[in-house]
Design a protein around this ligand. Structure first.
Ligand code: PLP
Length: 425
């Protein structure tokens, strides 16, 4: 069957070994195509039941006794379910705070350990919040560090040479997003980690756009540190608790800058002198948010059941299909590709550019446009990001979304929408 025909999508969906996972998510709008799981994952059908149990039984009935009946260990338990998805040992991962706060804690600790070195390296494709945090750390350490950003030759990816140009013997820390939030560019983690180690730099990976979509091999790559969020491909819910990873042999050499009681050796001895806990627990600060932690578990169970290698294989096949459709239907209409074509250089979303990207997104989301409602997202200045979430994205979703984009662009239906941007795009 020709891939340009709708029948091809139907055939691929019928042969999809992971298709039954789609039913495990709450989908109550048959007119909706959701391609934004790279920003906010969908709600697993089991999550409301799980949360209801935590609220009514564990909190409502058991009250504070629940701290000794499971809550105290919950962040470790959830981390143990996340560990295989990111190639780490269970005692190297912990759920804590937000991605931003975790970046602060680990980057601060790394800079302290590497106090003889005076440069921090990142890249210009990194998520701005990560760069802001590094700028703040430079100030906090008394303007002693130089923050250098590797340039991108094509605004899509960063080559090994572009990293090498910035990595010198003075580099304390290299920190990068494993997958770039706009273009979806995917670094070769092993190659870049080795490069940094040759220069004596520590490496901190932001896995927000790869955890749950791309098999991450932190241990195999000998990565030092990592952080990431759980509300994208890990489907933990809006603002859900983040995670951090510290390689086992580094844990007792690093000290969190936030000396909270949950990172203390024995929080309930209530002694007045801080002594950091042994192991990963020292990177906790305060009381973990039990509702948020509990909400992540059903999604992690689904992901471990599906298998991260199977999810990646489906994501790559679907991304290739999307790019093929884009070339045939959208490129002639003034779109250009904002992601790299090689599978091994791309995460799980595909970006396309168009001068009217913002208003095309508005038209896709508006139910009055006609046809199906498609939810992608927009990133400045002209990116439409189409997220592929292999647990629930179907080939038909992709086909219909491309047809909808084509119709909106051909008929210039975006003209009906204001150029005024909303607060959240
Ligand atoms: C790559 C990346 N890093 C960091 C963040 C910031 O995460 P948070 O706002 O949860 O701290 C985000 C948010 O989307 C992100 O995409």
């Amino acid at each position: 069957m020709d891939f340009l025909e709708q029948g091809y999508a139907i055939e691929q969906d019928a042969n999809d070994k992971l298709k039954h996972f789609r039913e495990k998510f709450l989908m109550n709008d048959s007119n909706l195509i959701y391609l934004d799981g790279n920003s906010l994952g969908m709600l697993p059908a089991a999550t409301p039941r799980r949360i209801e149990h935590v609220i009514t039984k564990e909190w409502g009935k058991n009250l504070i006794r629940s701290w000794n009946d499971g809550w105290y260990e919950r962040s470790k338990e959830i981390a143990a379910k996340l560990a295989p998805l990111i190639g780490a040992q269970p005692d190297e991962v912990i759920m804590a705070d937000s991605t931003s706060v975790n970046l602060f804690k680990l980057a601060y600790a790394a800079l302290q350990l590497q106090s003889g070195k005076k440069a921090i390296v990142s890249d210009e494709l990194n998520f701005p919040s990560d760069i802001y945090l590094l700028q703040g750390l430079v100030k906090l350490f008394g303007d002693k560090h130089e923050l250098r950003l590797a340039r991108s030759h094509d605004n899509m990816g960063v080559s090994k040479n572009e990293i090498v140009e910035q990595l010198k013997d003075d580099t304390a820390l290299l920190t990068l997003s494993h997958v770039a939030f706009k273009s979806s560019f995917l670094y070769d983690m092993k190659e870049i980690t080795d490069l940094a180690h040759e220069k004596g730099a520590m490496v901190l990976w932001d896995l927000s756009h790869s955890a749950g979509a791309v098999p991450v091999k932190l241990n195999d790559c000998n990565a030092d540190l990592a952080i990431g969020c759980t509300y994208k491909y890990l489907n933990g819910g809006p603002g859900s608790i983040a995670f951090l990873y510290v390689r086992r042999d580094l844990q007792d050499q690093l000290i969190s800058p936030i000396w909270g009681w949950f990172g203390q050796k024995d929080p309930f001895n209530f002694r007045l002198d801080y002594e950091p806990a042994v192991g990963i627990q020292r990177f906790l600060a305060g009381t973990p948010p039990i509702l948020s932690l509990s909400a992540i578990e059903p999604a992690l169970d689904l992901m471990n059941e599906a298998g991260i290698e199977n999810l990646r294989a489906k994501s790559m096949a679907q991304s290739r299909y999307l790019i093929q459709l884009y070339k045939h239907f959208l490129e002639p209409l003034g779109f250009s590709l904002g992601s790299l074509e090689k599978d091994q250089e791309r995460g799980s979303h595909v970006s396309v550019h168009h001068p009217e990207a913002y208003r095309i997104c508005k038209a896709l989301i508006d139910p009055d446009t006609g046809g199906k409602t498609v939810i992608p997202d927009f990133r400045e200045p002209d990116y439409i990001r189409l997220g592929i979430t292999p647990l629930y994205t179907s080939y038909m979703d992709i086909y219909e979304a491309v047809m909808q984009i084509k119709m909106i662009a051909e008929q210039k239906l975006y003209n009906r929408f204001s150029l005024q941007k909303e607060k959240v795009t």
